[in-house]
Write a protein that binds this ligand. Structure first.
Ligand code: ADP
Length: 304
C-alpha cells in the first residue's frame, strides 16, 4: 500500500508554546485514520500544516507525495479540507455555497455530483436556505459537500462532529464509511473518544505529542485486566478512599461510575469490606470494560 500522508518530525511553535512536538506518522492510501485528543492537543495545528496554510518550524509533511511547503499550490487541488470552525459563507444559500466552491476549483457540480450525492441528497430539499440558518448537522453536511466537490484524493476533516447532535454525528460517520468505499483517504480528528472505533487506525495525541498509534482493537487490548467499576451513593468519598488503598493503582470518574485500576492484589470483596469498616456500606464493585478513554487516562497518568 502506498503512503497518502507522511508527517516526519514535525514541530510547530507559537512563541514559547510548542503546539506540535516532533510528530511523526504515516497514513496509507484509502485509509480512514483518526486523530484523537483533547482540546489544545495540537490537532488543528497539524491540519493547518497538512492543508498548506502554515509551515512547520522543523520536520516536514508530504501529502500525495507532495511537500506541504514546496508544492503547496499543486497540493491544494488534491485535498479537501474541512476546518474546525464552520467554513461556509453564512449569507450564501446552500446552492450558492456549493457553486462557489466548485468555481474555486474550476469543476462542474454535474460532473462531480456522484461523489457528493450520499451527503448532499439531504440538503437538496432547501437549496435556497442560507447556510447560517441550517442546523448543526446540516451545516456539517454542506461543509463536507463543499470540501468534496473537486474530487479530492485526501479529505482532511478537523473535528467535523464537534457541537453536532448524537444522531447527526452517527450519520456523519456512516457517510464517511461510504466515502472510504470510494478509496478516498480520510484523516479525521475528534475529541469524542467513542468515535475512535469508527476509524481503521488511530493516533492518540496530547500536548503536541503522539502517545500511540494502533487499530481501535489493538489500543484497548489488555485494558480490562484488573479494571473495575465502583459505585456508591457517596461517590466523592468513595473516590478519595479508593485512591488511598495500596491495592488501587488509579481511580477516576468514568461516566456515572468510578473506574478502578487494581494491582494484582486487588480483591473486590476485601476492598468492599475495608470500605464498609470505614462507613461506606453501600459500595458495589464489578468488572469494567476498558475503552480508549481508559487508555488515554493511563497514558497521561504521570501528567495529572
Ligand atoms: P486542538 O485542535 O487539538 O484543540 P490546536 O492545534 O488548536 O489544538 O492548539 C494547540 C495549542 O496551540 C493550544 O495550546 C493553542 O492554544 C495553541 N495555539 C493554536 N493556534 C495558535 C495561534 N495562532 N497562536 C498562539 N497559540 C496557538
Amino acid at each position: 500500500m502506498s503512503v497518502a500522508i507522511e508527517v516526519a518530525g514535525v514541530t510547530k511553535r507559537y512563541g514559547s508554546l510548542t503546539a506540535l512536538d516532533n510528530v511523526s506518522f504515516k497514513v496509507e492510501n484509502g485509509e480512514m485514520f483518526g486523530l484523537i485528543g483533547p482540546d489544545g492537543a495540537g490537532k488543528s495545528t497539524l491540519y493547518k500544516i497538512l492543508a498548506t496554510l502554515t509551515a512547520p518550524d522543523a520536520g516536514s509533511a508530504t501529502v500525495c507525495g507532495l511537500d506541504t511547503v514546496k508544492d503547496y499550490s499543486k497540493l491544494r487541488t488534491l485535498i479537501g479540507y474541512m476546518p474546525e470552525k464552520f467554513s461556509l459563507y453564512q449569507d450564501l444559500s446552500v446552492s450558492e455555497n456549493l457553486h462557489f466552491f466548485a468555481s474555486l476549483f474550476g469543476v462542474s457540480i454535474k460532473d462531480n455530483y456522484d461523489i457528493i450525492a450520499p451527503v448532499f441528497s439531504q440538503l437538496e430539499r432547501f437549496p435556497n436556505r442560507k447556510a447560517g440558518a441550517l442546523s448543526g448537522g446540516m451545516k456539517q453536511k454542506l461543509a463536507l459537500s463543499c470540501a468534496l466537490i473537486h474530487r479530492p484524493e485526501i479529505l482532511l476533516l478537523d473535528e467535523p462532529t464537534t457541537g453536532v447532535d448524537a444522531v447527526s454525528r452517527s450519520e456523519f460517520w456512516d457517510m464517511l464509511s461510504t466515502l472510504r468505499e470510494k478509496r478516498i483517504t480520510i484523516l479525521v480528528s475528534t475529541s469524542y473518544m467513542d468515535e475512535a472505533t469508527r476509524c481503521e487506525r488511530i493516533a492518540l495525541i496530547n500536548k503536541g505529542k503522539i502517545l500511540c498509534i494502533n487499530t481501535p482493537e489493538g489500543l484497548v487490548a489488555g485494558l480490562d485486566e484488573n479494571l473495575y467499576n465502583a459505585v456508591s451513593a457517596h461517590m466523592f468519598e468513595l473516590l478519595t478512599r479508593l485512591r488511598e488503598l495500596p491495592e488501587v493503582e488509579d481511580c477516576y470518574t468514568f461516566g456515572a461510575t468510578l473506574h478502578v485500576v487494581g494491582t494484582k492484589d486487588f480483591n473486590p470483596e476485601t476492598v468492599k469490606r475495608k470500605l464498609s469498616e470505614e462507613g461506606l456500606k453501600d459500595v458495589e464493585i464489578f468488572l469494567a470494560k476498558g475503552d480508549i478513554e481508559d487508555l488515554f487516562i493511563k497514558l497521561t497518568r504521570g501528567e495529572r
